[in-house]
Design a protein around this ligand. Structure first.
Ligand code: NAP
Ligand code: GDD
Length: 331
């Protein structure tokens, strides 16, 4: 805090609250906002194991609060304690296959959780700016070759349906209550901190383990699926930009290039001079009840209006992930 000319004190430090701070994006966003001198607060849920590894290096510089998107009271209490100017809602049941085995939980957290946070925020302080982590999964079996803010929503999983709800409720609260609430339609983004269950990390860890002689095969599902994969670090930057624009607006955040899972495997094995075809096997048990065949985003709006652009290319991203896993698995 500093003194103004009139002698009245005011605080230069802005406070930001992040739900899902223990996840991939939460950890990168916390680091970005620390660089920008925010006072960082994060929501962590009570669970059997503490999942703090992604936050280890910044733990002394952030404040964590026990809470859950399933529990409205905890959200209101955390808002009161942290008094943020910006809230980033990154928490979700984010693994698509788990949304078929736990559809109700997925709806409760990933859909209704957004409303719980918006309600708490609107009652506590409607001037708080709100970012919702929406997803390209809302487009599902998309009719447009490249999906933009205008593309119709055709979700294909309980997760996609829940994210479509979160997307629309964010827009609805903006229009109903004049909140600065925005929805970032994020296409797939990865990093060495990606959860092990997602295909990019499953491949990078598998390649590293095979190279080190710790694993013989890599079992995958649908090799033909196409995704637009970017780097998580670039995507959290877009989140911050969206909350610091002049007028609230939703944007697609994507690289505009798509690759198949087969390409991903080929590139990852090539990083360690191995031929992917010797090691990859397909198990149809890993196919999804309803697959999203191809996603590729048109992010021209955020590029032209906010000046955002993806810095990392796909091959560099995969190489970074493989090298990181090689390092961590090396005895
Ligand atoms: P992630 O690594 O799976 O992180 C999810 C976070 O949500 C974790 O911190 C988790 O906490 C938390 N969480 C789960 N259930 C919760 C609950 N009931 N209450 C409070 N917190 C809860 O996901 P991510 O990759 O960082 O993605 C961040 C957000 O962007 C998610 O909403 C995801 O759906 C969305 N998104 C991601 C991508 C992508 O490609 N990464 C693309 C589009 C949209 P625990 O550590 O306790 O499990
Ligand atoms: N997870 C996984 N494991 N996916 C596989 C595998 C496998 O062994 N084999 C093939 N795939 C295919 C899936 O069928 C899917 O088409 C594609 O790889 C990507 O799967 P994931 O990495 O699990 O990501 P996702 O696209 O389903 O969902 C991610 O991106 C969404 C944005 O489009 C998640 O991060 C979601 O939270 C996010 O909203």
């Amino acid at each position: 805090c500093v003194l103004s000319e009139s002698g009245r004190g005011f605080c230069l430090t802005r406070s930001a609250l992040i739900t899902g701070i223990t996840g991939q994006d939460g950890s990168y966003l916390a680091e970005l906002l620390l660089e920008k001198n925010y006072d960082i607060h994060g929501v962590v849920r009570r669970s059997s194991g503490q999942r703090m590894e992604r936050l280890e290096s910044i733990l002394p510089r952030i404040t964590l609060h026990d809470g859950d998107l399933l529990d409205s009271g905890s959200l209101l209490r955390i808002l009161e304690k942290s008094n943020p100017v910006e809230v980033y809602n990154l928490a979700a049941q984010s693994f698509v296959p788990a949304s078929w085995t736990q559809p109700i939980l997925t709806g409760d957290v990933t859909a209704l959780g957004v409303t719980r946070m918006l309600e708490a925020l609107r009652h506590f302080n409607p001037a708080i700016r709100f970012f919702q982590a929406s997803s390209s999964e809302i487009f599902g079996q998309a009719l447009d070759k490249k999906q933009s803010e205008q593309t119709a929503l055709r979700p294909r999983s309980p997760y996609g349906v829940a994210k479509a709800y979160g997307h629309f409720i964010t827009i609805n609260y903006r229009e109903s209550y004049d909140l600065f609430a925005v929805s970032g339609i994020l296409f797939n983004h990865e990093s060495p901190r990606r959860g092990h269950e997602f295909v990019s990390r499953k491949v990078s860890r598998g390649v590293a383990a095979i190279k080190l002689g710790l694993q013989e095969k890599l079992i995958l599902g649908n090799l033909n699926a196409e995704r637009d994969w970017g780097h998580a670090r670039d995507y959290v930057h877009a989140m911050w930009m969206m909350l610091n624009q002049k007028h609230p607006r939703d944007y697609v955040v994507a690289t505009g290039k798509k690759y198949t899972v087969r390409d991903l495997a080929k590139i990852a094995f090539a990083c360690v001079d191995l031929d992917w075809e010797r090691f990859v096997e397909v198990d149809p048990a890993l196919y999804r009840p309803a697959e999203v065949d191809a996603l590729c985003g048109d992010s021209s709006s955020i590029q032209s209006e906010l000046g955002w652009q993806p810095d990392s290319g796909f091959e560099d991203l995969i190489q970074e992930m493989v090298l990181s896993d090689l390092k961590s698995l090396t005895p």
